[in-house]
Design a protein around this ligand. Structure first.
Ligand SMILES: CCCCCCCCCCCCCCCCCC(=O)SCCNC(=O)CCNC(=O)[C@H](O)C(C)(C)COP(=O)(O)OP(=O)(O)OC[C@H]1O[C@@H](n2cnc3c(N)ncnc32)[C@H](O)[C@@H]1OP(=O)(O)O
Ligand SMILES: NC(=O)C1=CN([C@@H]2O[C@H](COP(=O)(O)OP(=O)(O)OC[C@H]3O[C@@H](n4cnc5c(N)ncnc54)[C@H](OP(=O)(O)O)[C@@H]3O)[C@@H](O)[C@H]2O)C=CC1
Length: 518
């Protein structure tokens, strides 16, 4: 049987969401580890005043592609951008491009989605469900298509506690929902959204569940695999340890903690923190593409791409490793930190609220007061309000426990040759969590914030300055409180005199004993 790289040799691959976090890693890995792939057709839209050509060119110059560039400086010749806006009818692909794609594509990877937790339902439905439906229709017209790989999420069925590698009945028939939302204005849709999503936390997980069903409906006509990654984090090894380019999920939390802004977060200590590195997800995705095309399973195969059942890591452990995370940030500090990094995880709501008040709101108030007094615009309270909104949306995932069955992931691994197991490694048992988290933190600094590692001494100096400010502030606070007490209470005065006289006696004793020994 052909190895994975041999399978992709000479193949034309279509990728949606290639400009996104996972899509980019997929493109890079395909080019680097399957160098004989014929061409990658990327469905890209123009955005923020940039044409799709420009966006793809910019993407290929980014650091992620350094290793591919080294191996093959002409790699860009294999990339063929196709203009497409997935929210439009027919995905806004020109008839010539449709003809080209239907004539040559062998494998489709569908990564595009809106992953925002606060997306209005209509928008999430349009992109995550209707666009998927349209892509499936396009795929059915492809003459040589061997595999259709859909990227879902392990949380599509987060209303269940145990999640098997099956497609569950959808919360509502997608067709009916699409038809009924068509005539409703945005206000009505907003009002009925909580009723519709029911026991799911957001429109994202709800629409991803519907999308799985939409894909499954075509399992008789297409060879389908559905990949369900859990919380996708920075890369483990490839192309560089710690590569990450966004603020989603834990990345924003780590950055906010590293900047000394986030000091407390609620998580269930005993629950599994199901992180999975992006390179492992992509390796599994490519292996699933190969397996689907070669074995052509009769029905859609679902891969729960998670770590919890195999190499579990708990929020409580993050709590213990947090010193590791924080000391990593103290060794490699982020620039312009607000305070020294020192975050805590707690499962207790009241304790969390207390720390929010003392460690978030109070310092923000003081800082904003300082800004106002120095004639600047206050900003810290606004930043904290946004942080609290983001954290409140993430806490659903950090305060509960799920159990995913990942037998298909193990089955797939057993099908790989020893060589492929190394090149397309998704053996999560090999993950060393403290080392991974340390690289993740450094990655947020290097690749998300684009901070120069040579500026670390200055960042450390800034942390020392913050420490001195804290010591001075704390000393002044204690003296102030004590002064207030002494002025008002006879007992405080008595204690104060007692402590002072005790210190004096000690000093006299030590001076006397050192005079005798001399
Ligand atoms: C030490 C403690 C350690 C403990 C670790 C604990 C970790 C817990 C993490 C739990 C994670 C659970 C995730 C569950 C994942 C489900 C998996 C998936 O399927 S799906 C995948 C998961 N999906 C997600 O994770 C999506 C979740 N995110 C969202 O839904 C939205 O971002 C939002 C609603 C939270 C905020 O919306 P909104 O307020 O409108 O804000 P915008 O987004 O519009 O951003 C505005 C600007 O701010 C920028 N920026 C952002 N953060 C930071 C930062 N920290 N700093 C600086 N800057 C930051 C941002 O780049 C943007 O810049 P620009 O582009 O304008 O230049
Ligand atoms: N990140 C995570 O933690 C997890 C992600 N997933 C799934 O993985 C997949 C990829 O996620 P991720 O890479 O993190 O997401 P990103 O938000 O980084 O990328 C989304 C991609 O979709 C494209 N896209 C969005 N809207 C449109 C549109 N209207 N027309 C054309 N393209 C569009 C974006 O293009 P553009 O650049 O033009 O905006 C981008 O390339 C998603 O299906 C997600 O559900 C699953 C589990 C966890």
């Amino acid at each position: 049987m052909a190895s994975i790289a041999e399978y992709y040799a000479g193949k034309n691959v279509l990728i949606t969401g290639a400009t996104g976090f996972m899509g980019k890693v997929l493109v890079e890995k395909l080019l680097r580890s399957c160098p004989e792939v014929k061409a990658l057709y990327l469905l890209v839209r123009p955005k923020a005043g940039q044409s799709m050509q420009q966006r793809v060119s910019d993407m290929m110059t980014c650091k992620l592609f350094d290793r591919v560039r080294e191996d093959n400086p002409d790699f860009h010749q294999k990339i063929i951008p196709i203009s497409s806006e997935l929210m439009q009818p027919g995905l806004a692909i020109s008839p010539e491009d449709v003809e080209k794609l239907t004539g040559c594509i062998d494998v489709v990877f569908h990564c595009a989605a809106t992953i925002r937790f606060d997306e209005p339902l209509k928008h999430a439905l349009q992109l995550n469900v209707i666009a998927t439906q349209q892509l499936v229709s396009l795929a059915k017209q492809m003459h040589h298509l061997e595999a259709f790989i859909h990227i879902s999420t392990a949380y599509a069925n987060c209303n269940r506690k145990h999640i098997d590698e099956v497609i569950y009945p959808p919360p509502v028939e997608p067709k009916k929902l699409i038809e009924s939302l068509e005539w409703m204005d945005d206000g009505i849709v907003r009002d009925i959204t909580p009723r519709l999503i029911g026991d799911r936390p957001n429109t994202y997980t709800y629409t991803k569940a519907l999308a799985e069903f939409v894909v499954q409906q075509e399992q008789d006509k297409l060879n389908i695999a559905i990949i369900r990654p859990s919380i996708v984090g920075a890369s483990w090894q490839e192309p560089f340890p710690g590569w990450i380019d966004n603020f989603n999920g834990p990345s924003g939390v780590f950055i906010a903690a590293g900047k000394g802004i986030l000091r407390t977060m609620r998580a269930n200590n005993d629950a599994v923190a199901d992180l999975i590195p992006v390179d492992m997800v992509i390796n599994l995705t490519l292996a699933a593409g190969w397996y689907t095309a070669v074995h052509r399973p009769k029905s859609a195969v679902v891969y729960n791409c998670t770590t919890g059942g195999i190499n579990p890591f708990h929020w409580g452990e993050i709590g213990r490793y947090i010193h590791h995370v924080m000391s990593s940030f103290k060794r490699n500090p982020l620039e312009q930190a607000f305070r020294r990094p020192n975050a805590n995880i707690t499962s207790n709501y009241l304790i969390n609220q207390y720390w929010i008040l003392v460690s978030h709101k109070f310092p923000a108030l003081i800082y904003d007061l300082f800004l106002r007094l120095s004639g600047q615009k206050p900003q810290m309270m606004r930043i904290f309000n946004r942080l609290h909104k983001a954290i409140s949306l993430l806490e659903y995932f950090s305060s509960q426990d799920w159990e995913w069955n990942s037998e298909n992931m193990n089955m797939l691994m057993s099908q790989l040759t020893p060589e492929d197991r190394k090149t397309f490694n998704f053996d999560v048992r090999q993950l060393n969590w403290p080392e991974y988290i340390e690289n993740y933190c450094i990655g947020t600094k290097k690749y998300v914030l684009n901070e120069d590692m040579s500026d670390i001494p200055a960042a450390r100096q800034h942390l020392r300055k913050l420490r001195n400010i804290r010591y001075t502030f704390n000393t002044l606070l204690v003296v102030f409180i004590w002064r207030v007490f002494i002025a008002r209470s006879q007992m405080a005065r008595n204690i104060w005199y007692f402590v002072v006289s005790l210190c004096f006696k000690f000093l006299s004793y030590f001076r006397a004993s050192s005079t005798i020994t001399n």
